[in-house]
Design a protein around this ligand. Structure first.
Ligand code: DAT
Ligand code: MG
Length: 152
């Protein structure tokens, strides 16, 4: 069974609004395993690397400023098809278009305050982001007790 790892960030708006627990719960309930997690106030250097694909976009400066504006909650989730599952659970980038039942569709209104980041499905994206935010020593490898019943 090909297990994947993906990088997820509860953005500063989500942390300030007290949504860390709710969001982690959704992923845990789905069956994804938390293998690393920490509260981190992102500095501009890290933010610019993280969002380097958007460097030429008009919203880049505002995006970097926002992501550095308070603590974020970073985590690495592991499971079968973890990258796609997280993207689906997050919903569309603009909360106006995110379906109800998704995290952005349930908790967001504005595009620039969309509560959560998750690695996209492009090859190499999750690995790059995990390496950017986490050291190998920060991960724990373990079996969840429900794995036997979660996967066929
Ligand atoms: P996602 O976060 O769904 O991967 P993205 O990578 O295209 O979306 O953009 C990164 C973040 O930048 C996104 O979560 C919110 C912000 N953003 C994207 N497009 C924007 C726009 N047109 N105006 C303002 N902010 C935008
Ligand atoms: Mg993206």
């Amino acid at each position: 069974m090909g297990k994947e790892q993906t990088f997820v960030l509860v953005k500063p708006d989500g942390v300030q609004r007290g949504l860390i627990g709710t969001i982690v719960s959704r992923f845990e309930n789905r069956g994804l395993k938390v293998i690393g997690a920490k509260l981190i106030t992102i500095n501009p250097e890290l933010a610019e690397k993280h969002y380097s694909e958007h460097v030429d976009k008009p919203f880049f400066t505002g995006l970097v400023e926002f992501i550095c504006s308070g603590p974020s909650f970073a985590m690495v989730l592991e499971g079968k098809n973890a990258v796609s599952i997280v993207r689906q659970m997050m919903g569309a980038t603009n909360p106006l278009e995110s379906s109800p039942g998704t995290i952005r569709g349930d908790f967001g209104i504005d595009l620039g305050r969309n509560v959560i980041h998750g690695s996209d499905t492009n090859p190499g994206s999750s690995e790059r982001e995990i390496d950017l935010f986490f050291d190998k020593l920060e991960f724990s490898s373990y079996e969840r007790i429900d794995e036997e019943w979660l996967y066929e």
